[in-house]
Design a protein around this ligand. Structure first.
Ligand SMILES: [Zn+2]
Length: 253
């Protein structure tokens, strides 16, 4: 499985928030980097035209005035683009990036997010006539409100943010969602690990992340010609973040 990652994502001074916290990406890459199932690929940055697929020129200009933030956010969007480009060939890919993107709207953002990484990656494939439909699972503890807004006009894009009181019910909501979709051109996952039982979401165990990855792999196999990719969103409990990402990736590959 391909992992999109740049050492630049280790830099934590592009912002001062939970997603930019020092040690966060190290926690993930320490787990992934020692596993021979993965090969690491360096991402390119998204260009402005690609970012404008999901955002207004005013918003992009506002981010651009902060060079450090813009460089990091365009690299994150580029990693998502490349993960989607690999995913569409039928080989799974995971973009280990920051800043995350699921709270990024067309013209604003909150919650540590800057650009809609998932929105940009999918709208680019759609603009290039490589896909007409998509299914997105966002298992972050927080709703991917930005992704929903950015992709709101796209009728053939199915988005699930699961809600449930416990992990069993949560997994069932995901299974039911996949069963309802007979076929789709690509499967995207907004992988937020703050839904972990020791993180803010207080719900999922490490094994549940494996299970979710496995469900989405089987779904992609049945309904999307194996086409699937995932990108990192939240996840702040560093002691277990690496093993949780690893569990998801093992299920997903
Ligand atoms: Zn979150």
């Amino acid at each position: 499985m391909k992992i999109l990652f740049s050492d630049k994502f280790y830099e934590s001074d592009y912002a001062d928030n939970g997603a930019s916290a020092p040690g966060r990406l190290e926690a993930i890459m320490d787990a992934i980097g020692h596993d021979s199932s993965f090969s690491i690929i360096s991402p390119r940055s998204a260009d402005e035209e690609e970012v404008l697929l999901a955002h207004t020129p005013q918003y992009v200009d506002a981010i651009k005035s902060n060079h450090k933030l813009y460089d990091m956010a365009t690299l994150a969007a580029g990693a998502a683009i490349m993960a989607a480009d690999i995913g569409i060939t039928g080989e799974p890919a995971f973009a280990c990036l920051r800043p995350p993107g699921h709270h990024a709207y067309r013209e604003s953002s909150w919650g540590y997010c800057v650009f809609s990484n998932m929105g940009i990656a999918l709208l680019r494939l759609k603009q290039q006539y490589r896909i007409k439909s998509a299914a997105i699972l966002d298992f972050d503890a927080h709703t991917g409100d930005g992704t929903k807004e950015v992709l709101a006009d796209w009728k053939e894009c199915h988005i699930l943010n699961p809600y449930a009181d416990n992990s069993e019910a949560y997994i069932k909501v995901i299974q039911d969602f996949t069963k309802e979709i007979p076929s789709v051109d690509i499967v995207g996952v907004c992988a937020g690990f703050d839904s972990y039982k020791k993180d803010v979401g207080r719900k999922l165990a490490t094994d549940d992340f494996y299970l979710i990855g496995d469900i989405m792999k089987r779904f992609a196999k049945r309904a999307a010609n194996n086409r699937r990719f995932a990108i990192l969103e939240g996840g702040y409990y560093q002691p277990d973040l690496g093993r949780n990402v690893l569990a998801f990736c093992h299920g997903f590959m």
